[in-house]
Design a binder for this molecule. Structure first.
Ligand SMILES: [Zn+2]
Length: 541
């Protein structure tokens, strides 16, 4: 799953009924156990040290892509890339040289050097200018949401300024609106159009996914963007920096406001003031750039319905992870076993089971394994912009990313549950397996737009992502949270961690049954009329 340095604040989680149903590992049939083992063997291959963490553009990624291609072939999938199963994607890579870069806060005659790593992290995704010196303006949450008549960018002269914003958003706005306006496509464009030359973000410590120390280790990783000019989020360079909230108080000196005061308001989702800061920020940025190519991998299981075979149920998952990086506990390989070798393994398992079944599906099933999810959902963005089947023939996307089979499958969290009729489908399938469906308990973590389904949503395709769920406060919930704190985007997300293979097999069975149901249904899935995301389907018609 893609890491967001900043995201809207968590909101209070509403309580819902706890229902734990019966399935346990001991009750599993030999078939289920074998299916779990088979899925695990795919994960072991994809997350082995040999694959070197599958960084987009790396040799390790190419090795993993060859493995996926072989498995697609073995399951009888037809190639549906542009070069066999492959759809090559080109990237511009930017690596920040922190040791050769500098950041200085200027207050009148007083200059203070900020430490890159301790105080601030330079962004690697948007093209950085070589140098910038500009006044700072605080723009609250920095959200620009015309749909809600809400605009933190209005009313101040941002021309030539570096805008500073706090992660989160006002609690009275729908999380889908906030999440959408924070997406790179929307946010960077709005800031650039307002005339700003830079963006400084301050994450609210109350809702940081991983501690600053791990964010700091990750800052040396290369940033990427699609080389294709049609996919640029800004027209030119844009200075980007993330400020450590523990050290950022100093930039508010003399402004009449303190960061503590702003954080307290942010915690409650209250409105934030917007004001000029007295300080100026100067940056000199050294970065290495290169271009790489890395493929998406696409295969199709053709349907048998005379009309419906020309329509596709898309199953997607991302193959890339973070590659080799800064060591943690002596381990430098970020294997990404759960993120997202597990999801690719699920696609391989579903393909293999469909291959072994003698009941052909009416609609075709398109298996889309993408690159560069970790770099900002880029492989899926490229695919959605250059689909290898007609765009309108994709009836649904079921994305699988980091579904976390580390507890029994009693509860399934469905991201996008209320957005389309896919919610009814998944409820029916889960009920048949004694699995309770939970809505997203933390909508303001933005998970619905933080993995590849978002690019299908933007292309108008009804989408959901399913993952293991736990009711708040339970031991299982603690297990999940502790995984996020300790293993998410760390080298310990490897094949030495405890995983419930029976639970994984049950999840795969659920996804297979859901795929069959959608592929054989008379009608295609539809967005709910109340869904915010329905607008993309309308725009694509
Ligand atoms: Zn990830």
């Amino acid at each position: 799953m893609m890491f967001c340095r900043v995201r809207p604040a968590l909101v209070a989680v509403s309580a819902f009924a706890v229902v734990l149903s019966g399935a346990t590992a001991s009750a599993a049939t030999p078939d289920t156990q074998a299916a779990g083992q088979r899925w695990w063997s795919y994960v072991q291959q994809l997350a082995s040290d040999q694959m070197e963490g599958r960084l987009t553009g790396s040799e390790g990624y190419r090795r993993a892509a060859r493995y996926v291609t072989e498995q697609f072939k073995a399951s009888g999938l037809e190639p549906r890339g542009v070069d066999g199963y492959l759809q090559p994607v080109n990237f511009d890579v930017q690596r920040i040289q922190a040791a050769k870069s500098s950041l200085t806060l200027i207050e009148g005659n007083h200059e203070q050097a900020l430490s890159l790593g301790e105080d601030a992290l330079l962004g690697s995704r948007l093209p950085q200018p070589k140098s910038v010196e500009a006044p700072l303006v605080f723009i609250g949450y920095g959200l620009h949401i015309p749909d809600a008549n809400y605009d933190d960018l209005a009313g101040q002269d941002l021309h030539g300024k570096i805008v500073v914003y706090l992660s989160g958003g006002p609690s009275n706005l729908a999380s889908a609106l906030k999440a959408h306006s924070r997406s790179p496509q929307e946010f960077y464009k709005a800031v650039e159009q307002a005339g700003a030359v830079g963006i400084a973000s301050i994450p609210n410590p109350k809702n940081m996914d991983i501690p600053w120390s791990r964010m700091s280790l990750a800052a040396s990783q290369p940033g990427m963007r699609l080389s294709d000019p049609a996919f640029q989020d800004t027209r030119g360079p844009m200075f980007t920096v993330t400020l450590n909230p523990a050290h950022a108080e100093q930039i508010f000196t003399g402004s009449g406001h303190t960061l503590n005061e702003l954080l307290a308001l942010g915690d409650g989702g209250k409105p934030l003031p917007r004001f000029r800061l007295t300080a100026t920020l100067r940056a000199d940025v050294s970065a290495l750039t290169e271009q790489v190519e890395s493929p998406n991998i696409i295969g199709v299981l053709p349907g048998s319905g005379p009309q419906r075979k020309n329509e596709y149920v898309v199953l997607s998952a991302h193959l890339d992870h973070l590659g080799i990086g800064e060591p943690i506990n002596g381990d430098r390989v970020y294997n990404g076993a759960m993120d997202d070798a597990s999801g690719v393994a699920t696609l391989l398992e579903v393909a293999s089971q469909l291959h072994g079944s003698d009941l052909p599906l009416k609609r075709s099933v398109l298996f889309v394994v993408v690159c560069a999810e970790e770099k900002g959902l880029l492989g899926s963005r490229y695919f959605a912009g250059h689909p290898t089947v007609p765009a309108k023939s994709m009836v649904a996307d079921l994305n699988t990313d980091m579904f976390l089979p580390i507890i029994p499958l009693n509860n399934l969290t469905v991201y996008g549950l209320e957005e389309s009729t896919l919610g009814d489908d998944v409820r029916a399938v889960a009920a048949g397996m004694d699995v309770k469906v939970l809505p997203d308990a933390q909508p303001d973590r933005n998970i619905f737009i933080r993995s590849d389904q978002y690019n299908f949503i933007r292309a108008g395709v009804p989408s959901i992502m399913c993952a293991f769920g736990a009711s708040p406060g339970t031991d299982e919930d603690k297990t999940m949270k502790s995984w996020l704190t300790n293993r998410y985007h760390a080298p310990s997300d490897d094949t030495n961690q405890p995983v419930d293979l029976v639970a994984a097999a049950r999840f795969n069975r659920l996804l297979l049954t859901l795929t069959e149901r959608i592929a054989n249904a008379d009608a295609r899935p539809e967005w709910e009329t109340t869904s915010f995301f329905k607008r993309f389907a309308a725009a694509n018609n």
